[in-house]
Ligand binder design. Structure first.
Ligand code: FE2
Length: 283
């Protein structure tokens, strides 16, 4: 699937942009299903917000259980700015959800179809993933006006394998632009150290600092503006971030985090699978 030049670019830059990877029909099916799941969310069951703050310190509350158990479920998380001072939603429910996670790729028929297939398997092989394992799926809404910033981070902080293998498959469901909060990456930044690791100890989680290398700035980072249907594939060590969505347009995206079964998956990673819910790959 990839040319030799594309394979070299992926190794050198840590990411590759593949326009037109998914068809308009595939995107609209996924978006419709995501909107249905969001609209059906039981507001009384959880008002859990997706927040990078949750990933910093030890937590032990109802929200922590909701988050931890989402690793092998299909659950909705709210935008931080979804709620007014009175605790009520500012926008309709379906326009207040930050993301759905984290096992739709195995548990939902529409997501399963989108997340598997020979085309993905062939691409994975080309970038060095011999035997894929899909640990996590996220449907990110980046809602108009309230879609929050995602701070600089490296996805390998959440999926340690030995040797390193986690790779992110980021599908643009809508056009991603500077205005609606496209990805920013640091070309070549996958060669910098892993700054942090996120680990699970029982029912608690914590983020541990590993390396003080600064996050990229506007001199070294580049925006990745792409059209809907584009797949951006990147090394788990690549620093990336996205700005808030201050526009009136949604910026839906779908991500998969994939490791190589030939590498040891760390027992302290927050998502684990049991024998009755085995981990699988693209085919
Ligand atoms: Fe990420």
């Amino acid at each position: 699937m990839l040319t030799n030049k594309q394979k070299c670019d992926f190794k050198d830059n840590g990411f590759i942009v593949l326009p037109g990877f998914k068809s308009a029909a595939e995107l609209s099916a996924l978006k419709a299903r995501a909107n249905t799941i969001a609209a059906a969310h039981d507001f009384d069951d959880s008002q859990e917000v997706f927040s990078t703050a949750r990933q910093r310190g030890p937590q032990a509350d109802k929200g922590q259980d909701y988050f931890l158990d989402s690793g092998n479920e299909v659950r909705c998380f709210f935008e931080e700015k979804a709620f007014g001072a009175d605790g009520a939603l500012i926008q309709p429910l379906a326009q207040s959800i930050n993301k759905i996670g984290h096992a739709m790729h195995d548990l939902d028929d529409v997501f399963r179809k989108f997340s598997h297939g020979e085309k993905l398997a062939e691409l994975a092989l080309d970038i060095g993933l011999g035997q894929t394992q899909i640990w996590q799926s996220m449907y990110i809404f980046k809602q108009p006006r309230i879609g929050g910033q995602v701070d600089w981070h490296q996805d390998a902080s959440f999926f340690k394998t030995t040797p390193h293998s986690v790779t992110t498959f980021w599908f643009a469901v809508d056009d991603a632009t500077l205005e609606n909060g496209c990805l920013w990456v640091e070309p070549g930044g996958h060669k910098t150290p892993l700054r942090q690791k996120f680990i699970r100890e029982g029912r608690q989680t914590k983020m541990i600092d590993l390396d003080k290398t600064p996050w990229p700035d506007t001199d070294s980072a580049v925006p990745v503006e792409v059209e809907a249907g584009t797949l951006v594939c990147f090394n788990g060590f690549l620093p990336h971030y996205s700005a808030p969505n201050i526009s009136d347009k949604a910026r839906h995206a779908y991500t998969l985090h994939v490791t190589d079964a030939a590498c040891d998956y760390a027992p302290e990673n927050w998502i684990q699978r049991s024998k009755d819910f085995p981990i699988g790959g693209f085919v």
